[in-house]
Design a binder for this molecule. Structure first.
Ligand SMILES: NC(=O)c1ccc[n+]([C@@H]2O[C@H](COP(=O)([O-])OP(=O)(O)OC[C@H]3O[C@@H](n4cnc5c(N)ncnc54)[C@H](O)[C@@H]3O)[C@@H](O)[C@H]2O)c1
Ligand SMILES: C[C@@H](O)[C@H](N)C(=O)O
Length: 379
């Protein structure tokens, strides 16, 4: 156990230190000669460029969800507190509001978003706003607005202002006719959720804008993300976070997926590290603009067994949510991320730079469990 705690710290330090092996910041000066929504004559005037010694100025949309605060913390350590702005339509808790710049931004308000980008000289945009899979199915019209119309606003503003744009995709961008074990980057994509459809749309629109307008679009397909300090926002993989919180708080957990439902999962630190590495990767290493990233794959019964090794009294029962189960049954069981490994050096083994011990499924789960038992869970 102490090894795992030390291991987690060392991995984090290795990641954040200058000698971590991450690519130096080299940002191509882009001149967008034409942009989709604005007049063409002065479009290049709006392009933002900065020298290699400057830090990027980052805006994160939908930043108060499961992933945004962690990413802001990581980026602020690298680029300075004031160079990373969190935004959302929700009111931030006090500790987040006081930890660095926060601004209200509704991605459906194109002019407001453009004003924020211009006034703050934004150069990187991380677009996290979305309705996730289960919530999306309960409000398709809103999911369509936020996930598709919102994306269009973000794409246009990024193209007009020469931004580097990161939009996450998901295992949910695949469907029942995709190969499921493993799922490669390029294969049939016919998802059956509005969430999945909107993410395939985002992948294709981003790649189209890259080819058509020179937009520096970057996209990773995340697995289900496990975190201790932040709660998930209504997805099919939420059970894999809830189990840790419920185990610590009540000693009981009711799972809404069948015991043998196998899905790709990743610990949040690895997901955020992948995001930063992908954003910093030199453009010429990217043979594609959308990559799978993989870490581990497990079922609820396997996860429950691992948690029970730490908390043997944990009682696990099953009450299946048919909507979530149908979604999970249509998703990949395992991801093939060989292109990310080959092109820009993605390596899920967080210890690779500091130790020879691999980050196994069990140790990643244990890290999540440990952070909770150390009392770091969300209040
Ligand atoms: N968490 C995961 O397991 C996971 C896995 C794969 C992909 N992703 C993707 O990563 C991104 C971030 O995921 P997350 O888990 O943090 O999501 P989340 O649901 O926790 O947070 C999304 C945020 O978007 C905000 N939002 C909603 N409507 C908005 C609007 N109109 N304008 C601005 N913000 C708005 C919400 O207030 C919320 O804070 C999403 O695009 C998601 O699809 C997440
Ligand atoms: C997998 C991911 O996209 C999200 N956690 C969901 O379940 O909807």
């Amino acid at each position: 156990m102490p090894f795992i705690r030390a291991f987690s710290k060392v991995a984090k330090q290795a990641l954040l230190s200058p000698g971590c092996g991450c690519q130096p910041i080299t940002v191509a000066v882009r001149t967008i000669s034409f942009s989709p929504r604005q007049v063409t004559s002065d479009a290049s005037f709006h392009s933002v460029s900065f020298s290699e010694t400057d830090h990027p100025k980052v805006l994160i949309t939908g930043g108060l969800g499961q992933l945004g605060v962690g990413l802001a913390t990581m980026l602020r350590k690298r680029f300075g507190n004031n160079n990373v702005i969190l935004s959302d339509i929700r009111k931030p808790p006090s500790h987040i509001f006081h930890s660095g710049p926060f601004i209200y931004s509704d991605i459906l308000d194109y002019k407001n978003l453009r004003e924020i980008v211009v006034n703050n000289r934004i150069t990187w945009l991380v677009h996290y706003s979305a309705l996730l899979s289960a919530v999306g199915e309960s409000n398709v019209a809103l999911a369509r607005d936020v996930n598709i119309t919102g994306l269009h606003n973000v794409l246009d503003i990024a193209a007009e202002h020469g931004l580097r744009l990161f939009v996450p995709s998901t295992i949910g961008a695949f469907g029942p006719t995709s190969p499921r074990n493993p799922t490669p980057d390029l294969c049939v994509q016919r998802p059956r959720t509005i969430y999945g459809v909107s993410k395939v749309h985002a992948e294709l629109m981003g790649e189209y804008y890259h080819h058509r307008y020179g937009l520096d679009f970057r996209c990773l397909r995340y697995p289900g993300i496990i975190s201790a300090d932040s709660q998930p926002g209504g997805g099919t993989t939420d059970y894999a976070v809830a189990i840790f919180h419920d185990a610590v708080k009540t000693g009981k957990f009711e799972c809404n997926l069948k015991p043998d439902t196998r899905l790709p999962m990743m610990y949040i630190d690895d997901c955020l590290r992948a995001t930063v590495e992908m954003m910093e990767a030199p453009a010429d290493t990217l043979s594609m603009r959308t990559y799978n990233i993989n870490a581990m794959s497990f079922s609820p019964e396997e996860l429950a067994q691992e948690v029970q090794k730490q908390l043997p009294d944990l009682e696990v029962t099953y009450d299946i949510d048919q909507v979530r189960q149908a979604i999970a049954d249509s998703w990949p069981m395992n991801f093939d991320d060989s292109n990310a490994r080959n092109d820009w050096g993605w390596n899920t083994t967080t210890t690779s730079r500091s130790s020879s011990r691999p980050c196994s499924t069990t140790s990643a789960q244990t890290r999540a469990s440990q952070r909770l038992t150390e009392g770091k869970e969300v209040a």
